[in-house]
Design a binder for this molecule. Structure first.
Ligand SMILES: *[C@@H]1O[C@H](CO)[C@@H](O)[C@H](O)[C@H]1NC(C)=O
Ligand SMILES: *[C@@H]1O[C@H](CO)[C@@H](O)[C@H](O)[C@H]1NC(C)=O
Ligand SMILES: *[C@@H]1O[C@H](CO)[C@@H](O)[C@H](O)[C@H]1NC(C)=O
Ligand SMILES: *[C@@H]1O[C@H](CO)[C@@H](O)[C@H](O)[C@H]1NC(C)=O
Length: 196
């Protein structure tokens, strides 16, 4: 009787040890898959806040257009509406340091915007700022946000970046500098946290 109880106890002890081993084994598997590392192991030092200032040139017609309307129409597309809900534009626009389109180019903005409102002129912006100047050359910032074009200042989130802008987060403020049927010049102030 006592010996059979001892056997049962040993068996329970064995089971407990077995499960601890299995669970410990699992934990080390998950450490292979993902683990904490130090910031310095990526060559990063500290988080800094940067302010970038540039002008965005959206040339929407003429042979040098840098923003083109993509012809994808829904059956309900209403062309008598002043704001064509559902229109998609693809852009490869220059970014310059002055409002003058011929001033120093600091990069391009590549992406698209979609007219997403039936009430006002509101755009969904999905953009990458691809910089080509100085220490920013080769780095990008990604914007995903709402642009209500007729408001004085539009604020759009910076949702990430690459190169010097790895781990970027911040916001861009866009303000129309001038606008014609052909060429819109939009001043941008970008405030972004990133590592250096
Ligand atoms: C279009 O671009 C070309 C080449 O950069 C330039 O020579 C020409 O003046 C531009 N045309 C207009 C209408 O801006
Ligand atoms: C199209 O837009 C015009 C101008 O906003 C409006 O008067 C009209 O009712 C719209 N038509 C449809 C089918 O929604
Ligand atoms: C920019 O330069 C082009 C060609 O070099 C010229 O045609 C155009 O008028 C200039 N634009 C401005 C705003 O000075
Ligand atoms: C930016 O980087 C590219 C590729 O490394 C290089 O060809 C180009 O000259 C650089 N431009 C500036 C302005 O540093």
């Amino acid at each position: 009787m006592a010996s059979s109880m001892l056997k049962t106890h040993s068996f329970i002890l064995f089971l407990i040890l077995f499960f601890i081993t299995v669970i410990a084994g699992r934990r080390s598997d998950s450490e292979v898959f993902g683990k904490y590392i130090s910031i310095s192991s990526l060559g990063l030092k500290r988080e800094r806040l940067s302010h970038l200032h540039f002008y965005f040139h959206d040339v929407i017609s003429g042979k040098n257009a840098t923003a083109i309307r993509v012809v994808v129409e829904a059956p309900l597309t209403n062309h008598s509406s002043p704001f064509i809900f559902g229109d998609v534009y693809v852009v490869d626009d220059p970014l310059t340091i002055e409002p003058d389109v011929n001033s120093t180019m600091v990069g391009k903005v590549q992406g698209s915007y979609v007219v997403v409102s039936q009430g006002e002129l509101s755009l969904l912006m999905v953009l990458n700022f691809a910089f080509t100047e100085g220490k920013y050359n080769g780095s990008t910032l990604s914007v995903f946000g709402r642009n209500e074009v007729l408001s004085a200042v539009r604020e759009m989130p910076i949702v990430g970046g690459s190169g010097v802008f790895r781990f970027a987060r911040g916001y861009a403020q866009a303000k129309t500098h001038s606008i014609t049927q052909i060429h819109a010049i939009v001043e941008h102030n970008v405030f972004v946290f990133h590592y250096c």
